[in-house]
Design a protein around this ligand. Structure first.
Ligand code: O7M
Length: 250
């Protein structure tokens, strides 16, 4: 089953659009593993995917992430997304994408800034051959993101476009399986939805702890919400995940 089918199936089964960002920190490795696993077990029926950041891979190593986290997510039929933010030249991108996919990840996040030729072409190639997903970072959720992503750039067609508009066009052209737009920017989400059409999934981080409003992001056109601290730092993660839960189709 492809990544898109897996996440859609989990979203429909669990009546949710929440992707759990599993970014826990702990200096004690075995406690980090058990806390991460506990959060997944607590909220498994309320989320549609698990996103893992490089910080967890740094702390645990890829083999442990595979055996203790990816396999657990699979037991709950939840796809896993590697937040690698790939942004290098072709051969190293290919190696990283292949390695993460070999570990069992269903999708990978990359930065479109690297461009296509001898950049992200290799990532899409590897992903396509294995029915994995590539999700592109299009507008970040932090306040400082505006300085670059909203910059007006002269495009080759002669018209000025903002950087995020160019990145959205590229995601469509490259047939990405999703794009990331911060939930803190509902107006940007609306514009991206307008440019990308109705079918390209928009993943929005930045709700809760970063101040973004889930309802505003979804109304503007986001498909999925990426939520971390508001769930895993809660004394009752399941209750917190319930509060973020929105059905995919109402
Ligand atoms: O809910 P939080 O704020 O605790 O976590 C948000 C998660 O989304 C965390 O894993 C970040 O790495 C990620 N994220 C952002 O917060 N902002 C962005 O602009 C982009 C991402 C992201 O997922 O990038 C791929």
């Amino acid at each position: 089953m492809s990544f898109e089918d897996k996440i859609l199936r989990a979203a429909e089964t669990n009546k949710t659009r929440t992707v759990l960002a599993l970014d826990l920190e702990d200096t004690d490795v075995s406690r980090l593993i058990s806390r991460s696993r506990d959060v997944i077990r607590d909220v498994a029926a309320l989320i549609c995917a698990v996103k893992i950041n490089r910080q967890l891979v740094m702390a645990l190593g890829l083999g442990v992430v595979r055996d203790s986290i990816i396999k657990l997510a699979e037991d709950f039929s939840l796809p896993t997304i590697m937040d690698a933010k790939l942004n290098d030249v072709g051969h190293t991108n290919r190696f990283m994408a292949r390695t993460y996919f070999d570990m069992g990840f269903d999708a990978i996040i990359a930065s479109p800034i690297a461009g296509w030729e001898n950049g992200l072409d290799t990532v899409f190639e590897v992903a396509k051959s294995r029915k994995k997903g590539v999700i592109l970072l299009t507008y970040m959720s932090n306040p400082g993101a505006e300085a670059f992503y909203s910059l007006m750039a002269a495009h080759t067609d002669g018209h000025g476009k903002r950087v995020f508009e160019i990145l959205t066009d590229l995601a469509v052209e490259w047939k990405a399986q999703g794009i990331i737009v911060g939930a803190t920017q509902p107006r940007v989400i609306s514009r991206v939805r307008q440019l990308a059409g109705p079918n390209l999934p928009i993943y929005s981080p930045g709700v809760g702890a970063q101040g973004g409003d889930p309802g505003a992001a979804l109304d503007a056109g986001s498909t999925y919400l990426i939520v971390g601290r508001s769930i895993y730092n809660s004394s009752d993660p399941a209750k917190a995940a319930m509060e973020f839960r929105r059905p995919l189709r109402s």
